[in-house]
Design a protein around this ligand. Structure first.
Ligand code: ARG
Length: 568
C-alpha cells in the first residue's frame, strides 16, 4: 500500500479540503503531521490553534487514527493504529500508476570503436534504474541504445586502417563485397585506433581532409568502407554486450543509433523544406532555433555540414522521427552528460518547429561529472582518463583488499557483485544532476551509505529467514517501536517509487533503500528472532516482519540493478 496516499486521501475526504500532509523526521509525536489548520485559519476567520482543536476530533474519527495532538502554532500530529500498520504492510504491494504511459528511454548510447569511458557509467546506471522504476509502475518503456555509428569517428578509423594496411581490398576501386576478405581485427588494438587517428587528424591537415572525404563516401554507401565498418561494428557490438552484462543492466530493446536514423533523413528533409526551415550558411544547411526571449547564446542547428555530411544534430532529429513511427511514445527521455544540454534544447525546438514531436514531451536528464578526490574528473593512478572498465576494476581491487584484510573468504564472483554494487549505489545515491566524488576506499566500505552495506543488510536478514525452522505468523501482534518504524518505512516504498519516477530522481530509490536498511539493522539488533528465550508467538510475528522487510529490500535492490550475493 501507498500509505502516504491512503492517509492523505482519507484526510482530504474527511475535511473536505486538500491538505498538506508531512512525514515528520521524528516520529515520537506522530506518523504524519499537517499544517491544515494554519492554512485554513484565514479563510475560516479563526486562529490556527483554535481551528486545529476543531479539526482534531474529526481526524480522530478516521478508523486508522489512534491519536491526534496539536503542537506549536497549530500543527496537527496524527498517529496511526498499530493494527492498521500491520495489516497494511501485510497486504501485497501494488505500485501501478493510474496513468500508464509509453516512454522511449535513450541511454547508454555507446560509440562504435571507442572505448567506453567513465561518463558512460552514469547514463547506463541511471537510465537502467529509471527504466526499471517505470516498468515497476506499469509504464511501457523502450530502451534505445542510440549507437554512435555514423559520424567522423567511423571515418577516422577507416582512414587509420587504410594507413596501416593500404593493400586491403576495401580501399581498391574494384572492391567486390561478395568476396570475403581475409583480415582479422584485434579488439584491443581496435581500441587504440580512434585516439591515434584523431590525434593525427589534429596535426595533419591532409589526413584530416582525407577522413572528411571518407565520411561523405561512407555515408553515401561506399561498399569497401562499409564492409570494413561492418567488421569493426561486430567487434564493438560484442564489447557493448559485454559491458551491459558486466554492469548488470537490462538488455536494450533497440541497439539502433545514428546510422539507422539516417535512413529517415530524406523524408524529414521534405518536411523541413515544406516548412521553409532550412537556411544556407557558409556552405552548410542550418535551422535557426533562436527565440527573442533567449538570454543565452542559441546557435543554429546543423542540418548538413559544409561538406554535405549528416551530423549528430540531423540524425538525432531523425531518431525522434523513427521512434514516433516505431513506438509512438508519449514521451522521450534522454540521459546524457549535462554538457549536451544545448544540443538537446536545439533538438527539442527543431522537433517542435517541424511538427515531428512536441517540445514538452521531450526531456533531457543531464548528469554531472564523476570526480576524483581532488575534485577534478576521475583519473586512473597513471593519470589517464578512466574507462568504464577501469572504474569497475578499481572497485573490484578495493573490495578484494578489504575482504582479504577482514579474513573473510569470498569467491571472486561475490567480490565482483559487491564491487558493482559499490559503484552503482554510489552513483545512484547522488542527485543525477550534480557532480560527485568517486573514492574507491569509501564507496566499498561495508558501513555507511554504500552499496556493500545495502547488500550486507540483505544477506544477513536473509540468513535469519533461511535459518528459521518455524513459520511466520501474519496475524496482528503488538509491536515495539523498532518493528513499527520498520513497517512504516516498508509502507513508504510505493510513494517513493512514484516520487522517483515523477521527479526523474533515481537517488530517491537509493536513499530510501539506505533508510530501510538502517531500520532493518535496528530491528535486527533489538528484536531477536532466533534466540531461544524469545516467546514463540513473538518470534513468529517478527519473522513475518523480517520477511516483509526483506521482500521490499530485495525489490529496491533489483530496481538498482544490484544482486544479492549468497554470502558476504
Ligand atoms: N553517443 C553519444 C555519446 O557518447 C551520446 C548519444 C546520446 N543520445 C542521443 N540521442 N544523442 O556522447
Amino acid at each position: 500500500m501507498n500509505l502516504y496516499k491512503y492517509v492523505s486521501n482519507a484526510i482530504n475526504e474527511k475535511l473536505g479540503a486538500k491538505v498538506n500532509l508531512e512525514v515528520p523526521k521524528n516520529r515520537d509525536f506522530g506518523d504524519f503531521s499537517t499544517n491544515a489548520a494554519m492554512v485554513m485559519a484565514k479563510a475560516a476567520g479563526k486562529n490556527p490553534r483554535e481551528l486545529a482543536a476543531e479539526i482534531t476530533p474529526k481526524l480522530a474519527e478516521l478508523p486508522f487514527v489512534s491519536e491526534t495532538s496539536v503542537a506549536g502554532p497549530g500543527f496537527i500530529n496524527i498517529k496511526l493504529k498499530d493494527e492498521f500498520i500491520w495489516t497494511s504492510a501485510t497486504e501485497p504491494q501494488n505500485p501501478k500508476s493510474d496513468n500508464p504511459q509509453t516512454i522511449d528511454l535513450d541511454y547508454g548510447a555507446y560509440n562504435v570503436a571507442k572505448t567506453l569511458h567513465i561518463g558512460h557509467l552514469r547514463t547506463s546506471i541511471v537510465g537502467d534504474t529509471f527504466n526499471r522504476i517505470a516498468r515497476a509502475l506499469g509504464h511501457t518503456t523502450y530502451s534505445w541504445n542510440h549507437i554512435g555509428d555514423w559520424g567522423k569517428p567511423m571515418a577516422l578509423i577507416i582512414a587509420w586502417i587504410e594507413k596501416l594496411h593500404p593493400e586491403l581490398p576495401y580501399f581498391q576501386e574494384n572492391f567486390d563485397p561478395t568476396k570475403p576478405v581475409d583480415f582479422d581485427l584485434d579488439p584491443v588494438e581496435l581500441n587504440t585506433y580512434y585516439p591515434a587517428a584523431s590525434a593525427l587528424a589534429k596535426q595533419d591537415p591532409e589526413f584530416q581532409a582525407h577522413a572528411q572525404q571518407i565520411k561523405a563516401l561512407f555515408q553515401n554507401g561506399h561498399p569497401g568502407y562499409f564492409a570494413l565498418f561492418e567488421k569493426f561494428l561486430a567487434i564493438s557490438m560484442d564489447m557493448m554486450y559485454a559491458t551491459v552484462q558486466r554492469l548488470n543492466i537490462l538488455p536494450f530493446d533497440y541497439n539502433l543509433g545514428e546510422r539507422n536514423a539516417a535512413k529517415y533523413l530524406d523524408e524529414i528533409e521534405k518536411i523541413l523544406t515544406a516548412k521553409n526551415l532550412i537556411e544556407e550558411s557558409d556552405g552548410a544547411q542550418i535551422i535557426v532555433v533562436k527565440r527573442e526571449t533567449d538570454n543565452k547564446p542559441m546557435p543554429p542547428y546543423m542540418w548538413l555540414d559544409s561538406r554535405g555530411a549528416d551530423t549528430y544534430d540531423s540524425t538525432d532529429l531523425a531518431a525522434i522521427y523513427c521512434r514516433k513511427q516505431t513506438d509512438n511514445p508519449n514521451k522521450i527521455v534522454y540521459f546524457t552528460d549535462q554538457r549536451q544540454g544545448l544540443h538537446f534544447e536545439q533538438l527539442f525546438r527543431v522537433a517542435e518547429m517541424s511538427g515531428i514531436y512536441s517540445y514538452e514531451n521531450l526531456e533531457h536528464i543531464g548528469y554531472g561529472t564523476i570526480n576524483g578526490r581532488d575534485g577534478k574528473p576521475f583519473k586512473t593512478r597513471d593519470g589517464n582518463a578512466a574507462t568504464l572498465d577501469d572504474v569497475l576494476d578499481i572497485a573490484n581491487e578495493a573490495v578484494a583488499a578489504r575482504v582479504a584484510e577482514s579474513g573473510k573468504k569470498l569467491s571472486a564472483d561475490t567480490i565482483s557483485i559487491i564491487a558493482l554494487a559499490a559503484v552503482k549505489f554510489n552513483d545512484l545515491m547522488h542527485d543525477v544532476r550534480s557532480d560527485y566524488i568517486f573514492d574507491p576506499a569509501s564507496v566499498t566500505s561495508f558501513e555507511g551509505r554504500t552499496g556493500p552495506y545495502i547488500l550486507y543488510t540483505a544477506v544477513r536478514l536473509n540468513s535469519v529467514l533461511k535459518r528459521a525452522t518455524f513459520s511466520a505468523n501474519a496475524d496482528y501482534q503488538p509491536m515495539t517501536s523498532d518493528e513499527r518504524n520498520l513497517l512504516i518505512e516498508v509502507l513508504d516504498f510505493e510513494r517513493t517509487l512514484h516520487a522517483a519516477f515523477d521527479n526523474r530522481a533515481t537517488d530517491m530509490i537509493a536513499n530510501y533503500t539506505y533508510d530501510l536498511c538502517q531500520l532493518i539493522n535496528t530491528f535486527y539488533h533489538n528484536c531477536p528472532i532466533l534466540r531461544e528465550d524469545v516467546p514463540d508467538s513473538v518470534r513468529a510475528g517478527r519473522l513475518h516482519i523480517a520477511q516483509i522487510a526483506y521482500d521490499t529490500l530485495a525489490k529496491a535492490i533489483d530496481l538498482m540493478g544490484l544482486e544479492i550475493p549468497s554470502e558476504m
